[in-house]
Design a protein around this ligand. Structure first.
Ligand SMILES: NC(=O)c1ccc[n+]([C@@H]2O[C@H](COP(=O)([O-])OP(=O)(O)OC[C@H]3O[C@@H](n4cnc5c(N)ncnc54)[C@H](O)[C@@H]3O)[C@@H](O)[C@H]2O)c1
Length: 432
């Protein structure tokens, strides 16, 4: 099939390359000239395991192309996926849909034969109706069908998630579009993915409901971790004991820092904003947002307590600064509030991240990037494990830290408390 992905970011690039790998002709379009230029040279704009090889393979065999020419790419394609950003509005909690509607206007200028236009971006319920309205102002309805196909991939596991999804959700009442899309996804369905055909509005809401539920699960276990810290119970035991119940499930049930990334924070706010519009109180999700916003302050307080309130000139190292492992995505990472606060209070912060130095910290006082883990931790008073990269799972602290009184604060509980005690390391985690 001839496919055009509009927006070549985490979602557009990953799903575009995966569709091409399944034997389709895919053009990935972006308005960012440098990004497209780099992609044509084989330079991949994001860190995502396995992505480089797959892009190079499919670009070489010409099933994957890159372009900045939206008009031409739409003319050449039958299926158009909209994968542009839907960030939180500058003034408010709702999703800013300006990129979506701009694209809809550009698409309508290039429809000469039947096309399926699909939102893969996360968009509030009724956005598909709006897109249909915009396009139908210039194009007869029989020439296009607007479908919702939310994307559920996780950064860091994106290729696997795209290739082996639990489900493919297609929101449309149009039989013709449904048949074509079922066919497009048939290689994934034959590997076990459930195909869910539902109304367009339901598909839009399924995405927000899923993200809000996962955010709730994380927040739930984070709050229980706070209780565990007071009653000498290990939250890891609670996660295991609860997670083995199939009705609950163990995933997204690990205590840690505030949830972050480009989806949960903005999507929880957007679903509440949608509900407000329809005078519905999503009180559970509202309290999840509030609790998550407090989480970084709470963990900062623990850092202050561990250093007995004396932050000035203390040497603190952050291992991992992205919102989770196996991604370079810094959007809404809890390190973005913690590191600047520590810098303001006079701490000397070193950080190491396997995806390299971050623009966000370049202008902060006494915040430095270290190129390797051992250099990063060498003279530290406090080592904070912020992200659960495999690189941080077997560090020889005793050998590599010079300061004999160093403390490890493991926000991901990746080390065994017993082993750390045997090694006589001052080790603290969350929820125990
Ligand atoms: N990142 C994720 O893990 C993830 C997972 C599921 C769903 N989503 C959703 O998918 C959408 C995209 O997210 P992302 O993380 O890939 O965003 P992103 O910011 O990485 O990529 C968006 C791309 O769209 C491009 N773009 C914007 N307007 C354009 C236009 N008019 N023409 C061509 N290109 C244009 C931008 O230049 C950018 O490269 C969002 O709605 C997000 O909520 C993201």
């Amino acid at each position: 099939m001839k496919i055009c992905m509009i927006g070549t970011g985490y979602v557009g690039l990953v799903s575009g390359v995966c569709f091409s790998d399944l034997g389709n002709d895919v053009i990935c379009v972006d308005r960012d000239l440098k990004k497209v230029d780099n992609l044509k040279k084989g330079i991949i704009p994001i860190y995502e395991p396995g992505l480089d090889e797959l892009v190079l393979k499919n670009y070489k065999n010409k099933s994957l192309k890159f372009s900045t020419n939206l008009k031409d790419s739409i003319l050449k394609s039958d299926i158009i996926f909209i994968c542009v950003g839907t960030p939180t509005k500058k003034n408010g909690n709702g999703a800013d849909l300006s990129q979506i509607f701009n694209v809809a206007k550009e698409i309508r200028a290039s429809i000469t034969k039947f096309k399926i236009i699909i939102t893969k971006s996360t968009v509030p319920v009724t956005t598909g109706d709006e897109i249909e309205k915009i396009i139908s102002q210039k194009v007869p309805k029989k020439l296009f069908s607007v479908v919702s196909n939310p994307e559920f991939l996780r950064e860091g596991e994106a290729i696997r998630d795209f290739t082996y999804p639990d489900r493919v959700v297609i929101g449309t009442n149009d039989k013709r579009a449904n048949k074509i899309l079922k066919n497009l996804y048939s290689p994934l369905i034959s590997k076990g993915a459930k195909y869910v055909n539902t109304s367009r509005r339901a598909a839009e809401l399924i995405k927000y409901a899923s993200n809000a539920f996962l955010a709730t699960k994380i927040t739930f276990i984070n709050e229980l971790a706070n209780l565990c810290e007071k009653i000498n119970v290990n939250i890891e035991d609670i996660s295991i004991g609860m997670g083995l119940d199939k009705r609950i499930g163990g995933r997204f049930l690990r205590a840690g820092p505030a949830y972050g990334g480009s989806c949960f924070p903005k999507d929880t706010k957007a679903i509440v904003s949608t509900a407000d519009k329809y005078q519905t109180d999503l009180s559970v999700i509202k309290s999840v947002i509030k609790s998550n916003e407090n989480r970084s302050t709470l963990l900062l307080k623990r850092i202050f307590d561990l250093l007995k309130g004396k932050i000035k000139n203390k040497k603190i190292c952050f291992l991992g600064v992205t919102f989770k492992a196996n991604t370079d995505d810094m959007r809404d990472s809890s390190s973005l509030s913690m590191i600047p606060t520590l810098s303001k209070k006079g701490a000397m912060v070193n950080y190491f991240d396997p995806t390299g130095e971050k623009e966000e910290f370049k202008n902060l006082k006494n915040v430095n990037f270290s190129k390797d883990i051992n250099n990063a931790i060498r003279d530290m008073d406090l080592i904070v494990i912020h992200t659960e990269w495999n690189d941080f799972k077997s560090i020889n602290f005793k050998k590599n830290v010079n300061n004999k009184k160093f403390i490890v604060f493991d926000m991901r509980n990746i080390y065994s408390i017993t082993k750390m005690r045997e090694l006589k390391i001052k080790y603290f985690g969350v929820g125990h």
